[in-house]
Design a protein around this ligand. Structure first.
Ligand code: ADP
Ligand code: MG
Length: 140
């Protein structure tokens, strides 16, 4: 497998509980390197655009309100097979179904407030990185 980059968000439930470092430690232990990172607070319009693929889902309103409720940390993670490796370290969307040792198993509060976002494919990774980071913020 090749070296890839993926996009990650440490969500409001986790930044609020001061878990940023604990979550980054999980990425690093799995061989993922933080190559870009910033702490921001989304506007409602930005959250709705980012999660546009879910706009017809019943939880869309709740999800967008949650994502703007506190600052988030957006990141680019790099490593061998980074997209699927990150999804593995994150664990299942619903923490009740997440495997032992995963971020969501250890830290998520619920299926909605589940501590992290991670891109699900190379196309979405490229789109999501470009949505949050400019070329100048991405060192080679
Ligand atoms: P993932 O983040 O694991 O890729 P999805 O893309 O399916 O999961 O959903 C995006 C986000 O929407 C989830 O991480 C979670 O915050 C929220 N979400 C998903 N399903 C539900 C649900 N049934 N109820 C409330 N929020 C949900
Ligand atoms: Mg998803």
């Amino acid at each position: 497998m090749a070296i890839q980059r993926t996009f990650s968000i440490i969500k409001p439930d986790a930044t609020k509980r001061n878990l940023t470092g604990a979550i980054i430690a999980k990425f690093e232990a799995a061989g993922l390197r933080v190559v870009a990172q910033k702490r921001i607070q989304l506007t409602l319009a930005q959250a709705q655009t980012f999660y546009g693929v879910h706009s017809e889902r019943p939880f869309f309103g709740e999800l967008c309100e949650f994502m703007i409720s506190e600052p988030i940390v957006v990141q680019v993670l790099e490593g061998e097979d980074a997209i699927s490796k990150n999804r593995e370290v994150m664990g299942a969307t619903n923490p009740a179904e997440a495997a032992e040792g995963t971020i969501r198993k250890e830290f998520a509060l619920s299926i909605g407030e589940n501590s992290v976002h991670g891109s699900d494919a190379p196309e979405t990774a490229a789109e999501e990185i470009a949505f949050f980071f400019s070329g100048l913020e991405l060192v080679g």
